[in-house]
Design a protein around this ligand. Structure first.
Ligand SMILES: NC(=O)c1ccc[n+]([C@@H]2O[C@H](COP(=O)([O-])OP(=O)(O)OC[C@H]3O[C@@H](n4cnc5c(N)ncnc54)[C@H](OP(=O)(O)O)[C@@H]3O)[C@@H](O)[C@H]2O)c1
Length: 289
């Protein structure tokens, strides 16, 4: 299949390129060109239309986004420009080419007031600028492209990129004090597991909304504790703090846990996050034996 992947220099887009290129004809696009990635700004209609005319994709995996949630909070128009308008241009081009579109959204489309994990069918109510822009993206995809998947992950940890796991270990190694939030809860998700699940999902042609996260939910605090324990740093102290004490521009959902119900019905499940974290850290050489 001819597949166009947006955000191909990013954590998820980059790994999708790596994994799918053996089975499919892949073109990656991103803001910056590399040897294998074309420079296309998804908010530039001429550039988007041109790359679609050139590639003639049968499927588009749309991972490009402004993902810095604090920057989005301070620059809500920029968030909408990339995540909503850019997605609109991608969706319109898919419509014109009758291409299937898989849009990567986020758990931050929910406000976090739930008491149990959100289902695919729950009503989004974003509480911050990033979540709002991604939710607008979901709506343009639903409105414009008949054959679409909307995939919502959360708290990705990926090889080669900056993420929570590496940040915790770096601060611990530097002897910095570690203040970690106890009342922000979600599902840590291993980028490689998400890529495998997406690969399985696009083979089903069962279009719709999917929560693709490693199983189980945890707080930032307990996640950090698990990382330190696996790395043999159990003696490193963590100071529990609340979201309110952790000054940042964006307010994440307090309870952003997702439940994979729809994909599980298709036989697509992701292992528990603790197992995924152990596998990730083993590959990174961070596990104590
Ligand atoms: N990471 C997470 O924890 C997480 C959780 C839930 C959902 N998601 C969603 O998953 C998707 C992939 O996330 P990720 O972690 O792989 O993100 P990422 O590493 O930040 O990659 C996104 C890529 O898109 C590029 N991009 C931004 N604006 C663009 C534009 N206008 N035109 C073309 N390319 C553009 C970025 O370039 P620059 O780096 O130069 O800006 C970056 O290379 C995103 O849609 C995100 O919303 C991520």
């Amino acid at each position: 299949m001819r597949i166009l992947i947006t955000g191909a220099n990013g954590r998820l887009g980059g790994q999708l390129v790596q994994q799918l290129q053996h089975q499919h004809t892949i073109t990656g696009i991103d803001l910056e060109a590399t040897d294998s990635v074309l420079a296309v700004n998804i908010t530039d209609k001429g550039a988007v239309d041109q790359v679609f005319d050139h590639v003639q994709p049968e499927m588009v995996l749309h991972c490009a986004a402004l993902t810095n949630v604090d920057y989005c909070a301070e620059n809500p128009d920029a968030a909408l420009n990339s995540n909503a308008f850019g997605t609109q241009l991608i969706a319109l081009a898919c419509q014109r080419h009758e291409a299937t579109l898989l849009y990567v959204s986020t758990n931050e489309v929910f406000d976090g007031s739930a008491k149990q994990p959100y289902l695919e069918y729950d009503r989004p109510q974003p509480a911050n600028a990033y979540g709002y822009s991604k939710w607008v993206g979901e709506q343009v995809v639903r409105d414009l492209v008949a054959k679409h998947y909307i995939v919502r992950p959360s708290w990705l940890f990926a090889h080669g990129g900056h993420n929570f796991v590496q940040t915790i270990l770096r601060l611990a190694a530097a002897g910095k004090s570690l203040r970690v939030v106890t009342n922000e809860i979600a599902c840590p998700t291993y980028n490689n597991d998400l890529v495998t699940a997406i690969e399985q999902l696009i083979a089903t042609e069962c279009y719709g909304i999917y929560h693709l996260v490693n199983e189980g939910a945890t707080s930032r605090y307990a996640f950090a504790r698990q990382v330190l324990d696996l790395a043999g740093d159990s003696d490193v102290a963590l100071e529990p703090i609340s979201l309110a004490e952790y000054g940042r521009a964006s307010r994440p959902p307090e309870y952003g846990a997702l439940r994979n119900m729809a994909a599980a019905r298709l036989g697509i499940t992701l292992r528990p996050w603790q197992e995924a974290l152990t596998a990730f850290m083993a590959v990174e050489g961070l596990l104590v034996s």
